[in-house]
Design a protein. Structure first.
Ligand code: DGL
Length: 277
């Protein structure tokens, strides 16, 4: 048994899908969630920058909250930094990529599968490597979908514009006739209807949030580190506008998202000016 919290982070709101799955599956666990909305989006940034953000947040979660585990609830950050984080810190660090891939391969009958994600995620080759490791015979087609995240942030989930963009970006997936498609970006589940209309309703859409939560539970059980006792409210922090985080976040996660605190990246100009005030 281990009463310490689990740290979860994402570039912003998208990782709340993973936080929701964790709250539902492991209601007794304490969560500390950092949404790095002040430096969002990660998907179009150089992977080295994303990796250094991931290190800053992970270090802070360990030093300030003594978290027993860190969940990197962001595909781009998992692609940029997961291996490095795992070899740097003395805590279990869980990403979303391997869990998403195992669920994708589980639902596919033909082993002809697709993954979509941000430019950073797809360009990193992380999904290509993970699918190759899990099933060397699987045929994988990947497509980066720049613009999808921005549509979700604007709440435009099924407009004509997003459909036209989806038709263009998803044409390699349609041409490859996959039978299962992994939504390899935290925001894409919100576009599931439009994506499904474009790729065809018989293609199974897979999101990594639930599978990641199951992976976390398995690890906590194996390490004998589940939390016992009364549930405690999750703690949410944002490096951007906290009121906006609370407003949008509560629509995505539900009523547990309240009393958002401000998070300042330890090395940032803001942190320096906070210290000198
Ligand atoms: N959280 C990012 C991901 O899953 C999407 C949003 C962003 O680009 O920061 O890749």
């Amino acid at each position: 048994m281990d009463p310490r919290p689990i740290g979860v982070f994402d570039s912003g709101f998208g990782g709340l899908t993973v936080a929701r799955a964790l709250i539902d599956l492991l209601p007794k666990e304490a969560l500390v969630y950092v949404g790095d909305t002040g430096r969002y989006p990660y998907g179009s940034k150089p992977l080295d920058d994303v990796s250094s953000y991931a290190h800053e947040i992970t270090r802070w979660l360990i030093e300030e909250h003594d978290v027993k585990m860190v969940v990197v609830a962001c595909n781009t950050a998992s692609a940029a930094a997961l291996d490095d984080l795992q070899s740097t810190y003395d805590r279990p660090i869980v990403g979303v990529i391997d869990h998403g891939v195992s669920s994708l391969l589980k639902v596919s009958r033909t082993r002809n599968v697709g993954v979509i994600g941000t430019v950073g995620t797809i360009g990193s080759g992380a999904y290509q490597t993970e699918v190759g490791k899990a099933d060397g015979d699987a045929r994988l087609v990947c497509a980066a979908c720049p613009g999808f995240v921005e549509f979700v942030e604007r709440g435009e989930l099924a407009s004509d514009q997003v459909r036209v963009l989806a038709q263009r970006l998803l044409s390699p997936i349609v041409d490859a006739k996959v039978d299962a498609l992994l939504l390899g970006c935290t925001h894409y589940p919100f576009l599931a209807r439009t994506i499904s209309e474009v790729v065809g309703r018989d293609v199974v859409l897979v999101s990594s949030a639930d599978e990641t939560a199951f992976g976390v539970r398995t690890m906590l059980i194996e390490n004998d580190t589940l939390r016992e006792g009364e549930p405690v409210p999750p703690l949410f922090l944002s490096s951007g506008d906290v009121e906006e985080f609370e407003r949008i976040g509560s629509m995505l996660l539900g009523p547990e998202l309240k009393n958002v605190n401000r998070w300042t990246a330890p090395g940032s100009d803001q942190a320096t000016s906070d210290q000198t005030e």
